[in-house]
Design a protein around this ligand. Structure first.
Ligand code: AMP
Length: 117
């Protein structure tokens, strides 16, 4: 049995986090090092390491993560065309992934530049 990831430990309440949403499929909490006024992570309870290792069976889970991020963006007042938000999924070393448990970044509350570094 491999060791739990940091995010599995947050799901299991072994590490505290500022949780803003939970349901049977996912958990959403504030990023500990926010890159913008709003920076939320939405993670599946199923321990999928990264998007590149998701399978066709994860279709509902992946859709659920995005729709949950959408709902949170609405709740935070970010979902208008005039303000907006960004969804980021970092995958692997070159993608900037640091925690090997799939997570969707929801970032907003300021104007974000493009392209990313
Ligand atoms: P990534 O670089 O895409 O793997 O993103 C990992 C994210 O997890 C980073 O934005 C970190 O700031 C965030 N993070 C790391 N530890 C914690 C924690 N204990 N609680 C909340 N967010 C965390």
């Amino acid at each position: 049995m491999s060791e739990k990831t940091l995010f599995e430990r947050i799901i299991d309440r072994e590490i505290s986090a500022d949780i803003i949403h939970e349901d049977e499929v996912c958990l959403a909490f504030k990023d500990i090092a926010p890159q913008a006024p709003f920076h939320i992570l939405v993670i599946p309870k199923k321990p999928i390491p990264r998007l590149g290792e998701a399978s066709d069976e994860d279709q509902n889970t992946l859709g659920h993560l995005l729709l949950t991020a959408r709902s949170i963006a609405h709740d935070l007042g970010l979902a208008d065309k005039e303000n907006g938000f960004r969804i980021v999924i970092n995958n692997g070393k070159d993608g900037g992934e640091t925690v090997p448990h799939l997570h969707v970044h929801l970032i907003g509350g300021r104007s974000l530049s493009w392209p990313p570094g």
